[in-house]
Design a protein. Structure first.
Length: 319
């Protein structure tokens, strides 16, 4: 029962949030927290559990966003129908780039993913089919309910909440499966994991593909909510940094770590932007840099890791 207490409280709070916080800003803020929690949870599969620090995950985010709006732009079909195309594109790209790059380790892998992300942004900026530097837009007015175009943020909030539950469910299943044990073993020591029979390249690639597909779903949801994407909003490297910091801040490799990180970081960013307006554009980079330094220096296991350590301390003392 104790194990179910905090997840139950979290579920109640998430369901009740739009009913308690009723202003448009608060409801939009809640929807953004869930949206980025989905993206960070997807990143957590490969970055948290497998210890492969990808800084190029924005490529998969962009696949989802661009697939949804490109389908509408060129065929007139509802953007939501582009979600499967985005997943397929993200998984295909992940398979192509993951096979060689996942053989790298440490900062070499991170640098390779940054290079891939920047290449994708430059190619998109010069591709007319994808809107080039101008970007792509969704339907200006809702035509059918499939357009999922709402005036209020509340429908998006509950849509994102449902997708987050599915994402966490997949992560929970993976965490308790054989591949989850292999991933944690690879994160701790790849050589030791290989000696125990784990096929490290194959296991890491599976995690990378799963993470890419879920990240593209977050990108599609972003496009549905904002009805616009361009190279900066869909493929900017800062999106990857957000995923990384949210997972690390909450607790990388922990199921609810990305949600906790998103619940802290997104309000900080939105409130600072709201208070400072255009003058706060550079503050985001300062904020992210400061958070990275603090996490690396004081709590590498994140906020949830701190609570877990505090909870285990009395148990050890009693023993």
């Amino acid at each position: 029962m104790k194990k179910l207490l905090w997840p139950g409280i979290t579920a109640v709070l998430l369901l009740a949030y739009p009913l308690v916080f009723t202003t448009p800003f608060q409801q939009r803020l809640g929807a953004l927290v869930l949206l980025y929690a989905i993206a960070a949870s997807a990143w957590n599969i490969v970055g948290g559990y497998a210890g492969q620090i990808s800084v190029g995950h924005v490529v998969f985010f962009g696949c989802g966003a661009y697939a949804s709006l490109a389908l509408f732009t060129h065929t007139g079909l509802p953007p939501v129908l582009g979600m499967p195309l985005g997943i397929a594109a993200a998984v295909g790209i992940a398979a192509i780039i993951g096979t060689p790059t996942l053989r790298l380790s440490g900062h070499y892998f991170s640098m390779a993913t940054i290079a891939v992300a920047e290449l994708a942004r430059l190619v998109t900026t010069n591709t007319e089919f994808l809107g080039a530097a101008v970007g792509l837009s969704g339907p200006t007015v809702p035509r059918t309910w499939l357009d999922l175009s709402f005036i209020s943020s509340v429908p998006y909030y509950y849509l994102f909440l449902a997708v987050l539950v599915i994402t966490l469910g997949i992560t929970w299943w993976m965490e308790r499966s054989r591949i989850g044990f292999y991933l944690r073993a690879i994160r701790d020591s790849e050589k030791a994991a290989r000696s125990l029979g784990a096929r490290a390249p194959r296991v890491k690639l599976i995690a990378y593909l799963l993470s890419a597909g879920l990240t593209s779903v977050a990108g599609s949801l972003y496009a549905l909510m904002f009805q616009f994407v361009d190279p900066e909003s869909g493929l900017g490297i800062l999106i990857s940094v957000k995923m990384l910091i949210m997972a690390a801040l909450g607790g990388a490799g922990l199921l609810f770590g990305p949600l906790v990180g998103a619940a802290i970081l997104v309000p900080l960013e939105e409130i600072s932007n709201s208070l400072l307006g255009g003058r706060g554009a550079g503050l985001t980079f300062v904020l992210y840099g400061a958070i990275i330094v603090l996490i690396a220096r004081f709590r590498p296991d994140g906020i949830l890791g701190l609570f877990q350590s505090a909870r285990k301390a009395p148990e050890k003392h009693d023993a």
